[in-house]
Ligand binder design. Sequence first.
Ligand code: ACO
Length: 424
Amino acid sequence: MADQAVLQINGKTLELPLIVGTEKEVGIDIAVLRDKTGAVTFDPGYGNSGACESAVTFLDGELGILRYRGIPIEQLAGHASFLEVSWLLLKGELPTAAELAQFDAAEKSHRDLPDFAVQLIKSLPRNVHPMAGLAAVFATLSSVEGPTKDLEAGLAANELRLLAQIPTIAAYLYRHTEGLDFVAPDKNKAYAANYLNMMFKGTKFETNDADIANALDLLFILHADHEQNCSTSTVRLVGSAQAGLSASIAAGVTALWGPLHGGANQAVIEMLDEVVAHGGDVNWAVAQAKDKNSTFRLMGFGHRVYKNFDPRATIIKVQADLVLSRLGKNDKQLALAKGLEEAALHDEYFIARKLYPNVDFYSGIIYRALGFPPGMFTVLFAIGRLPGWMAHWNEHNAGKAKIGRPRQIYIGKNARDFVALNKR
Ligand code: ACO
């Protein structure tokens, strides 16, 4: 392959170097474009723009490949714990047994929230969306952030604390909105089991089932990173202004909240309810999703990058069957979702546009069966995504990256004179 691209513009010829990644992805380095030609590239939605070089996650949307630090998601999902995967993302290598033991002990010791964070949660309106509460708590945790270089148990101390505390924040937010007393972290329980305990102890969803906790741990792994998605790019962009870690994560949380991103898992359940209201007719839903005059979309379907299948969705579909049978639930929504998937996958509209179930299509069904209300689904996504956000924040700050600042093509009015108030 040529080692440069040639661009002709306004009679000028510009040779632009190519950047080739370790998986042979090719980028055209346009850093000199504006200086040399006065032009910028135009790529709304950034579908063709690489914003950075990154060594964290590789994904190939055509082949349905997802690898964290080179290791396929299918191998991690079967064999590693979420804490191991967090270490892998943050440090670049799997932890040794000794490193993992030290990390595990340190994580357990940092689960309690500072008192001001507990008071903040208690002060929020009962009907607060937990994603709003999560962003607020992360923003205020910046006030107790230590120097970026401080280490504990081999990790950045700031990262360790956020990883340890996000389940506590999430559980307290849930119990606050439900009017339930908070359940303190249990330092004898593993990460996901402790989170389930803080969420549901004393409620009808209380569980000590290790298989259920393991399934939740696996869901966290599947969500742990996904390279330059909307929320991760947000975290990097905010971090590029040298905002602190917690403040950058708070911005990532609000980006994730949107229904076209992490909010889709909640939207899937709402959509399935709507289909139920239409007699469970999956063909009605498919017709609505295809109708360009309707705002209805098949939530949990389609992906900016995956144009073949989403490997996470394949794993989650199996988990949905396992968890529901473990809970002894015959979930009508699971059957409905499978019927909807079947109908869409055989429909020309979805085939032509390469629209397949994404990570959110089945995750909400599992969460609901476990007792999580829809408003908490995206919070679960955020717990899983936290190590990925932090790995990217780190990577960005470790390099010599400039502040993120896109250009635009201005299409507003040309220069014109101010008109005094009495003349308008
Ligand atoms: N239902 C119906 N039609 C769809 C859907 C859908 N879920 N997704 C895409 N399309 C159609 C579009 O209408 C468009 O059709 P057209 O070419 O006739 O205009 C075509 O497919 C391309 O869609 P775009 O919106 O241009 O694709 P884009 O890459 O911008 O969007 C997105 C990707 C946002 C994920 C989109 O597929 C979508 O809205 N899906 C539903 C929401 C969802 O599940 N989001 C979660 C994504 S995964 C994640 O963030 C964790």
